[in-house]
Design a protein. Structure first.
Length: 96
């Protein structure tokens, strides 16, 4: 299932991760693990944030995905199922 991951990292913890070089390693590990179709990085709600769209094969992947952000960046993590335009069209067609 296509998922949107939003991770908002704690400022103090991510400052330290940037200083010691581990932030780049964290992002690289997550990108290699998820192979996202899109990845964006922005300041959201006043903090460093990562947004990735990826395919989750099984809900059992959630701990492996989220724990990296929890442990390394003390991040607030959200996972949301999302649709692209083709998925939306298919869903709307099923209503009629």
């Amino acid at each position: 299932m296509r998922m949107l991951l939003r991770a908002r990292m704690d400022t103090h913890t991510s400052n330290e991760a940037i200083r010691d070089g581990s932030m780049g390693e964290l992002i690289q590990q997550v990108v290699e693990q998820l192979k996202p179709e899109a990845a964006y990085f922005a300041a959201l709600d006043g903090g460093r944030s990562c947004l990735m769209v990826f395919d989750m094969q099984d809900p059992s992947q959630m701990p492996a995905i989220c724990e990296k952000f929890f442990l390394s960046a003390e991040a607030e993590v959200e996972l949301h199922p999302v649709m692209d335009l083709d998925d939306l069209k298919k869903g709307l067609a099923a209503l009629s």
